[in-house]
Write a protein that binds this ligand. Structure first.
Ligand code: ADP
Length: 405
């Protein structure tokens, strides 16, 4: 190639660069071009003004990433090479807030940076925004009030439904008691001798009747709790009598199901104030569940013992010394009902104490027993919980505090 040709080419590329430069100067906003290292190759007139105002004009070796964008070069290049069309970055210089929009020009491997001012909020905009926010808040308040009204209406409808069901359940009590009485009369043989088959059938019917009585009384208890009618009859009682009395009535049902019922009452159980009927109701609910979920040849063990209950404000475990001391100052009674039944998965351990929750919806029951138990125990200012694993049986425990006046 001759020297003249090279000079001609240089002259023509210089001319086209000038042409492009003057075209870019006509742009109404700042534009600058850099190589991939960030070295500024070109700035249009607006960009020169902006850089000048920011005090950058005279800076030798001005670098796009280090001096203007103040960001990591590799991160920006990485994003652009990964296919992002444009990257927007905040830019602060010359006492103004700007945004830089960086684009990649793959062919020369350059970066084009457009600089736009971020418009300051005008007072009008601010006022408009404030009004919009106020309108939104008003709307939210109206929605909230409507929701509250709907919730109260629903609650009232729910209360009326409970009252209606409670009166229906109450009406069932008398006929059920009569039926139960007749079963007992027939089974006692005072109305004539019965064959073993007849007795078996009657016993099964009586069991169903007993279950129905329990369901009705469970529902009545629940509706009483719902309507805030729970009043504890707190008297000094013997927990031993309370448990033995109830266990005696349950032995028969356990025997028929071929499940062993083991009652262990530790010797130092104190006399203390509790509601005899309601605590008995709690134990019945737990025994009933244990029997229902324990297969033949299984075992249900009820243990009652004195206990030191430390209501923890923090998760810090009591020190060894305090624990030893506590052994002598039992302040509660711990009752647990352990079974060798199906067990309950951990995710249901809290939920089963809520109303109408049943792990297996096809099983008999209303899902109320544990919810009622929890409320009755809480009314005694105690607590109830379960330890269980699928296939490993369950252990329901509750604590009743002993109050010394
Ligand atoms: P339900 O009337 O359905 O028995 P509960 O409130 O007494 O209502 O119990 C809630 C659910 O907890 C039951 O449906 C059952 O799935 C589960 N459950 C309670 N006790 C046991 C237990 N001892 N073994 C296995 N599952 C149990």
């Amino acid at each position: 190639m001759s020297k003249t040709t090279t000079l001609d080419k240089q002259a023509s590329s210089q001319a086209s660069f000038q042409l492009v430069a003057s075209l870019l100067d006509t742009l109404d906003r700042p534009l600058l071009v850099s190589d991939r290292g960030g070295q500024i190759l070109f700035t249009n007139l607006h960009a020169q003004d902006a850089l000048g105002a920011g005090g950058f004009n005279a800076k030798p070796g001005l670098n796009l990433f280090r001096d203007l964008l103040r960001t990591d070069r590799k991160r920006i290049l990485g994003k652009l090479e990964a296919g992002e069309q444009e990257i927007t970055l905040p830019l602060e210089f010359a006492d103004g807030k700007f945004r830089a929009r960086v684009r990649w020009l793959p062919e020369p491997d350059w970066l084009a940076v457009f600089i736009d001012p971020i418009p300051a909020e005008t007072p009008d905009d601010e006022a408009a925004m404030r009004q919009t926010v106020q309108e939104l808040m008003q709307e939210r308040e109206i929605t909230y009030r409507n929701l509250l009204a709907a919730y109260l209406r629903l609650q009232e409808a729910n209360r009326q439904k409970t009252v209606f069901l409670a009166s229906a359940a109450h009406e069932l009590k008398t006929p059920l008691a009569v039926m139960k009485g007749y079963y007992e009369l027939l089974l006692s043989g005072s109305l004539g001798k019965l064959s073993e088959r007849q007795k078996d059938t009657l016993r099964e019917s009586k069991d169903s009747c007993d279950r129905l009585v329990r369901l009705v009384s469970m529902f009545l208890n629940y509706s009483a709790l719902e309507s805030g009618k729970l009043v504890l009859q707190l008297h000094e009682n013997d927990l031993r009598d309370c448990i033995n009395d109830m266990a005696g009535r349950w032995q028969d049902a356990f025997q028929r199901a071929n499940v062993r019922l083991d009652i262990q009452l530790l010797p130092d159980l104190p006399l203390f104030k509790f509601d005899y009927q309601k605590v008995q109701q709690c134990m019945i609910n737990l025994l009933d569940n244990a029997l229902k979920h324990t297969p033949e040849d299984g075992c249900v063990t009820l243990v009652a013992q004195r206990h030191f209950w430390e209501r923890r404000l923090s998760e810090v475990a009591p020190s060894e010394e305090r624990r030893r001391d506590n052994g002598e100052r039992a302040n509660s009674v711990l009752i647990s009902v352990r079974d060798t039944g199906s067990g309950i998965a951990a995710e249901f351990h809290q939920e089963i104490f809520e109303e109408f929750v049943r792990v297996d919806p096809s099983s008999s029951g209303m899902g109320l027993g544990l919810a009622i138990t929890k409320r009755l125990i809480q009314a005694h200012r105690g607590k109830v919980w379960v330890d269980s694993e699928i296939g490993q049986g369950s252990c329901f425990s509750f604590i009743l505090p002993i109050y010394v006046e």
